[in-house]
Each structure stands twice: as structure tokens, then as C-alpha cells.
Design a protein around this ligand. Structure first.
Ligand code: SAM
Length: 248
């Protein structure tokens, strides 16, 4: 198979992205651990702890986790809120949501509900000004029109609401570059072939990381969408980054 990403026009990108996640959904969680050596867990913990959702909010605290897939971010946030919290997981791919919903059913004594909803990041099923926090982890890179998704994030947030994005970035430690190149161009597709039975989705993964803007340019895009106090934290030498901003 070939997902043929290199030259696709923007209207076709989403269809190809959807095929990638249809292919990997049932193996997605396993592949994340295998390919990141478990690091994705630490990066996700870092984003959720920087968000610092209130443990016992006085009023309802609503989180929307976009491109939430199998629920990794949603469950982490939900675990930290004891009362008055809700998390809505939006993802365009029903296969990914199904894996998430099954995991949700296995949560022990959940105090904060997580709802799984099929939706495009470019058109969220949420009224304007209603979310306390918008999170997106390893998702914005897949969206066809990033500026539209950022405008949607801004729209659904309340004044004072928090935007947080975890995404791959660009390695900024020269000694790491060579290793990172070999790892991403050779090791990742090979692991895809062995563990998931197909290297193509993982070639897409690597390619989409390369074409994503660096942290400075992405921070500027977030500001252009209207967000204030935009800050960045680099993770693991720039392999990933967290961007944070507020709607004020
Ligand atoms: N956030 C999860 C995590 O960190 O484990 C899942 C990330 S996964 C790499 C990317 C997800 O983005 C997939 O579940 C995919 O279906 C979803 N996605 C891709 N394009 C999307 C879009 N336009 N709107 C919403 N979700 C999208």
C-alpha cells in the first residue's frame, strides 16, 4: 500500500490521514509505547500537569480534548478532577474513538466523565465560549487547515480559558540530530512493518513531523489566532514541545 502523502492537495489530506488511523487504531497504544520507548507518557503527563486543572472546581470545569483518539489525555485530566469536571473527547476517526470508549468502560471509579464524540477539529460541536480548557496532543499536525482548527479552539474557549498543544517539534541539540534522523527514517518505519504490519502509516508520521513548523513559528500561528501569553516548553531536546496560551 502507499498512502502517497508527499504531493497531496489539501482536500485529500484528511482522507489519507483517516486511512492511516483506521489502519493503526487497534495497535495505536502499543505502537506509541514501542516507538517512543514510553516517552509519550512523560510528555502527556507534562502537558496535563502544566495545565493544572483544579482538583475541586466550585463551578463546572469543561475540557475539550481534540484529536483525542484513544483517550490518553482525557483520562489523565479526568483523574485529577474530583468534582464538577467533564471532558469531551473529539476525534474525526470512529475507530480511534471506539478504542477510547472501551478503555473508558474499564476506568476504575471514574469521578469525571469522559464523552467520546466524532468531530473534526475544524468544526467542533461545542457552543462558543464554553470550554475552560482546550487540549490537543499529537493531533494538530494531522489537521488539513491548521489555522481553521486554531480559530475553532479560540471560539469554543471562555475568556480566561487555556489552550494547550502537545506536538512533535524539531530537535535542537546538534549531537542528537543524526540519531534522530536514523531513528525516524529507518527504525520507525521498520517497527511499523514488524509490529503493525505496514510501514506506510509510519512513513507518513515521520514526514508530517518534518513538515510541521518549529516551535517559534508555531507559537506565532497561535498568537495570530488571538491567543495571549503564548509560552513553549521543549521536551526531550526538542523531539516534542508543549505550547500554551490564553484567551483573554
Ligand atoms: N491525542 C491522542 C494521543 O495523544 O494519544 C491521539 C493522537 S493521534 C496521533 C492523532 C489523532 O488525530 C487521530 O486519532 C486522528 O483520528 C485524529 N485526527 C486527525 N485529523 C483530525 C481532525 N481533522 N479532527 C479531529 N481529529 C483528527
Amino acid at each position: 500500500t502507499s498512502f502517497g502523502f508527499k504531493t497531496v492537495p489539501i482536500e485529500e489530506k484528511q482522507g489519507l490521514v483517516n486511512r492511516v488511523f483506521d489502519t493503526v487504531a487497534s495497535r495505536y497504544d502499543l505502537m506509541n509505547d514501542a516507538m517512543s520507548g514510553g516517552l509519550h507518557r512523560l510528555w502527556k503527563d507534562a502537558m496535563v500537569s502544566w495545565l493544572g486543572a483544579p482538583r475541586r472546581p466550585k463551578r463546572p470545569y469543561r475540557v475539550i480534548d481534540v484529536a483525542g483518539g484513544t483517550g490518553d489525555i482525557a483520562f489523565r485530566i479526568a483523574r485529577g478532577i474530583e468534582v464538577n469536571g467533564t471532558v469531551m473527547v473529539c476525534d474525526i476517526n470512529p475507530e480511534m474513538l471506539l478504542v477510547g470508549a472501551k478503555r473508558d468502560a474499564r476506568r476504575l471509579r471514574p469521578r469525571t466523565p469522559c464523552h467520546f464524540v466524532a468531530a473534526n477539529a475544524e468544526a467542533l460541536p461545542m457552543p462558543s465560549g464554553t470550554a475552560d480548557a482546550y487540549t490537543i496532543a499529537f493531533g494538530i499536525r494531522n489537521v488539513a487547515r491548521r489555522e481553521v482548527a486554531l480559530a475553532e479552539a479560540y471560539r469554543v474557549l471562555k475568556r480566561g480559558g487555556r489552550f494547550m498543544c502537545l506536538e512533535f517539534s524539531h530537535v535542537d541539540v546538534p549531537a542528537m540530530e543524526k540519531i534522530y534522523d536514523v531513528y525516524s527514517f529507518n527504525v520507525i518505519p521498520a517497527m511499523g512493518r514488524v509490529l503493525a504490519g505496514d510501514a506506510e502509516p509510519y512513513r507518513y508520521l515521520v514526514e508530517s513531523i518534518r513538515t510541521f513548523p518549529n516551535s517559534g513559528r508555531f507559537a506565532a500561528e497561535i498568537e495570530r489566532a488571538g491567543f495571549s501569553e503564548v509560552k513553549v516548553r521543549m521536551l526531550s531536546g526538542g523531539v516534542a514541545a508543549i505550547h500554551s496560551g490564553y484567551k483573554i
